[in-house]
Design a protein around this ligand. Sequence first.
Ligand code: MN
Length: 733
Amino acid sequence: MEYDVNELLARCDASGCYDIDKIKRAYYLAEELHRGQKRISGEDYIIHPIAVATIVYDCQLDTDSICAAFLHDTVEDCSDRVTLDDVRRQFGNDVADIVDGVTKLNIPFETKQEASIRNLRKMFLAMSKDLRVIFVKLADRLHNMRTLDVRSPEKQRSIALETMHVYAPLAHRIGMQRIKLELETLALSYLDPIGYAEIQKDTEKRYGESKDFLTQATKMVAQSLDSYGVHYRLEGRVKSTYSIYKKMYNQSKSFDEIYDFYALRVLVDTELDCYTVLGIIHEKFNSVPGRFKDYISTPKQNLYRSLHTTVIGSGGIPFEVQIRTWEMHSVAEYGLAAHWKYKSGERATHGLDEKLRWIRSLVESDNDGGDPDEFFNSLKIDLFEDEIFVFTPKGDVINLPARSTPVDFAYAIHSGVGNKMVGAKVNGNIVPIDTELQTGQIVEVLTNPNSKGPSRDWLTYVRSSEARNKIRMFFKKEMREENIQLGKQEIDREFKRYGVRYTEAQRDKIMQSLASRMGFAEGDDLYNSIGFGGMDVVKLGTKLKEEFNRLVVPEQEPAPVKPDIVDRPAREDRKNKKSSESVIVDNVEGCAVKFAKCCSPLPGDNIIGFITKGYGISIHKYDCINVQNGLKREEDRDRWVTASWTARAERRALGGFEIHLNIFASYTPSIIADVSILLRDMKVEITSVATKESGDNIVLNFGIRCSNTDHANTIIGALRKIKGVYEITRGNQ
Ligand code: MN
């Protein structure tokens, strides 16, 4: 495609709507700055800004947009010779802001996650306070797509993918339909060259000789309608290659089944006119059987209303005719908001979709009679006054409420990250954690596994309900009484579903028994867990029924009096009691946990939980070899859960945790005694001793009880000083 700058300038001049001197100044400056630079194709670089300016002109944008199009790559590519301030001085704020916006949107696109792509699209809008940024950016991308053939196959693919995922949907949302279709079709030609070529060939074969078909058909329909004196507007379109592709692949249709390759739309004043027009069209043309649909009498679910029919035009070529009133059209194009707008005559201002619909209506309206300045000023609108978009260090985009802080960000990543947060970096600099984040910043959370958890005053400045809820969850243990009551109500509700009768005492007995089965210290702990939502009552269903049958049913049936064998005192040993109190699993305290023998974690150790089949959650040290191997198993991935120590565990675990020490030493006759005496002197309880000799060396395995990591390290430090000891590790029996 040839782009002729003199022709473009002449057209601008002739139309009389542009500040031609300003446009020329922009062109001359761009030409001077880019002089000597080449595109990858070998052409002079200035070809590209000329092309972008031409596309922008064709979209009927204003002087400043055309100037910005000429200058859009100068600040980035010629930074040694021109700055944004130079542009601002010479061309004013609007041109400078558009150039700046287009430059900032040169974001490398790495992510493949759907949610992140969605956020990326929104972020593009958020970063363009002036919609003209998006228009120029789309024109830039369109020209790059048109000239993509000179790039490497890898680049072609990634740029085409980005175009399909980010740019085409954006063009669609702001109503640049023609650009959207061209972007999609170009992207398709790189993403599926074979499918694309097939459709091109079929189209050529079938419609190649009827290039003027649409013009002819439009003329014929217009003539018939004119002769009946109907007031109407006619629009025609050719289906794009990508739309055909989607229809063929998504609905598995063959090319011959595409009846709406050509389509005409007739817009009329009243519903009655719709049927009148339908009658005229069916009289004039033969219709294709089975293709008539009356969505006026039976609207689609999304309230779409219209008449559809397919008729045969000259040369036996079918084309679809859609007939609808202006109001139906408005709803079809802009959705429900338009319906409401149509009725009330007001403009919707809330919500992104409404705003975008409104922009589309601006873009698509002919804008005749209006003041062009007012029109372009109306494109300066903050689409996301309530939201911001920031990056993770990996480049994923996170969407947060406006004025969010790094704390909100941390909890948006994961509650485990939020709870262990100790600081944050924004764009590489450490900042206070209540700093208000801005769209486009890169945010990194600093965590410390030994962090005691969130602070209550975080609640005063977090903005997202997600962060608020997760922090509250962390503090929920202080609402124990309330939670126990809630838990009791939940259980009553569950029993009600079974339609059984029981007394409060029986219910508490069931829960007591269930609690000890599940490793809770007492029934109230189980109620508490249900109350704050840590335990799903529905998942308890089977066990509840079992306990009910075992404990309550025998009492209700008078006959055989069975001894109550279940109501063991919650003896269940002090280890279990401790374990359920000392660990928070996936932010839930009070789960049944046991400590893995392979690594015997201590309060203070970095830990992780694994959901076992039938024995609750087993807690490992994070650096346990079984964890490192286990995390690699794809099929078990869901079974790993975050775990952390409660403050209580760290405070009160005095001598409560059994660990094993492997003491490697040179053999001396007194080595076992030396170790035992030292442990006794340090008041450390020994639970087991095993030894293994090999040559001159000996490995002692001592089971001991200690309180936390610090305690263990102190013990290990002391043992190291014993003569002959050269290495000590924590490990299994
Ligand atoms: Mn460019």
